[in-house]
Ligand binder design. Structure first.
Ligand code: GDP
Ligand code: IMO
Ligand code: MG
Length: 420
């Protein structure tokens, strides 16, 4: 691990290479103890990052999955934050004896997801179903509406909170909410409960108001001498608003470039980027999935992999690894190495299929490898893996020209092969 950490260097990003839920949270949790600042850059509570420590499951939506470690936590400007969800997460950790507030910083530039954005999200999905190519299958966490507000420059930001509740000349929150209420009704037929919205903002100000920092303080936090920064990507490359499978994407920039932008971190500071991909592939929501298995195989992967969304509980669509997607993600993010996760889920497969380019008839060509038919669960050394599993991982290395340095062999913190 020591050698591996050296190659990662002081500023490391962890980025999903598929359609999310690759297991980013787990590698973040493992690496976090070696860094000083753990930062989420983009997205919101559409993310669900699950880690398992001593058999106990922890799910993070807004706080980084590295939050169990006594490190500084940053929620960057690129994020959209649903405040009641954040407070709930803080409380859950408090119940477990961990208070993150003293080490939490939130950029004043991060946007607030008001409660009614979630209703608008639902209405927009319904309208898509009725009028266009169909719904996206969003998490209904108000992500799209929050980024619409941001792009329209009418969003409410974390930096606004103090103006509402503490400045000598108070900004008129009541008026702001009344205007929003009228607009939401006119445009989407959505009712805004201004009392609840105000109470949510107040509660957030009381709990995390002191955590809000200005951009120059963000720079100091991130660029202070000798700081080691771990960047926790959310969502994943194929869900990127610019480079993903549009329109079946999220509304933020999920690539490494988006993460740097979301934090305000100069690209030259980045020393490594870990690409995270499952040993197979999953997707929640609509959109193309060329290697999807809709029958028995998909069902088996779903059950063995526990493929149900951490945010919405929806069953994830399952299929095989698709090499062109891994190469695409590598090109966009410049991965230094892979974390191939959930290898153990394939333990009982007779044949492992790996999707390649499309043939002349438009369908994906597959390479078929023999399975290993033995448990890899909990293995921590590459040499201890069955030969066929090693061959599978080497194929990924050969076809992407990126080394596989982390291999997940179970959900637990210790169930990981780290090799350099
Ligand atoms: P994220 O959104 O990328 O952080 O991934 P999620 O947490 O949404 O989904 C990954 C799921 O797989 C979680 O339930 C993890 O506990 C689990 N997981 C992660 N790595 C492994 C692994 O190597 N093997 C197995 N069996 N489960 C894993
Ligand atoms: P993590 O960080 C998997 C998907 C949704 C939907 C599309 C748009 O846990 O990997 P949105 O609510 O963002 O407007 O939904 O994006 N999606 C995710 N899928 N993992 C995620 O995050 C996701 N975040 C968004 O399912 O298809
Ligand atoms: Mg997830």
């Amino acid at each position: 691990m020591k050698e591996l950490l050296q190659t990662l260097g002081p500023v490391c990003a962890v980025i999903g290479a598929q359609w999310g839920d690759e297991g980013k949270g787990k590698v973040i949790d493992i690496l976090a103890e070696h860094f000083d600042v753990i930062a989420r850059a983009c997205g919101g509570a559409n993310a669900g990052h699950t880690i398992v420590v001593n058999g106990k499951k922890h799910v993070f939506h807004l706080l980084p999955a590295g939050s169990l470690h006594e490190k500084k936590i940053l929620l960057g400007s690129g994020m959209v934050i649903h405040l009641p969800t954040l407070l709930e997460e803080i409380q859950t950790l408090r119940d477990a004896g961990i208070d993150v507030v003293p080490r939490l910083s939130i950029s004043a530039g991060a946007h607030i997801v008001l409660d009614y954005y979630r209703d608008i999200d639902g209405v927009m999905e319904q309208r898509r179903t009725e009028t266009s190519g169909g719904k996206i299958g969003t998490t209904k966490r108000g992500i799209g509406p929050a980024y619409i507000e941001k792009a329209a420059r009418s969003g409410m930001r974390m930096g606004n909170l103090s103006g509402y509740f503490s400045s000598p000349i108070k900004a008129d929150l009541g008026k702001e909410l009344r205007v929003r209420k009228t607009l939401a009704k006119e445009m989407f037929g959505v009712d805004v409960d201004t009392t609840t919205e105000e109470a949510n903002l107040r509660a957030a100000y009381d709990t995390v108001g002191s955590c809000v920092i200005q951009m120059d303080e963000v720079f100091t936090l991130l660029q202070g001498t000798g700081k080691r920064i771990l960047i926790e990507g959310a969502q994943a490359t194929l869900l990127d608003i610019d480079h993903g499978t549009y329109p079946y994407v999220t509304s933020s920039s999920t690539t490494v470039a988006g993460a740097l932008q979301g934090l305000g971190l100069p690209p030259k500071m980045l020393t490594s980027c870990i690409g995270v991909a499952k040993a197979y592939c999953t997707r929640v929501g609509e959109g193309e999935f060329l290697t999807e298995e809709t029958g028995e195989i998909g069902e088996r992967l779903r059950e063995r992999g526990g493929e149900y969304g951490a945010t919405t509980g929806r069953p994830r669509r399952c299929g095989w690894l698709h090499m062109p997607d891994l190469n695409f993600s590598t090109h966009i993010n410049g991965f230094s190495c892979w974390n191939i996760t959930k290898l153990d889920v394939l333990d009982e497969e007779d044949i492992i299929r790996v999707g390649g380019p499309r043939g002349t008839d438009g369908t994906v060509t597959f390479t078929e490898l023999p399975g290993w038919k033995t448990s890899t669960r909990g293995i921590t050394a590459f040499e201890d893996l069955p030969k066929n599993a090693q061959t599978f991982l080497r194929l990924i290395e050969e076809r992407t020209s990126v080394p596989v340095n982390f291999i997940g062999t179970g959900p637990g913190r210790e169930e990981m092969i780290c090799r350099s």
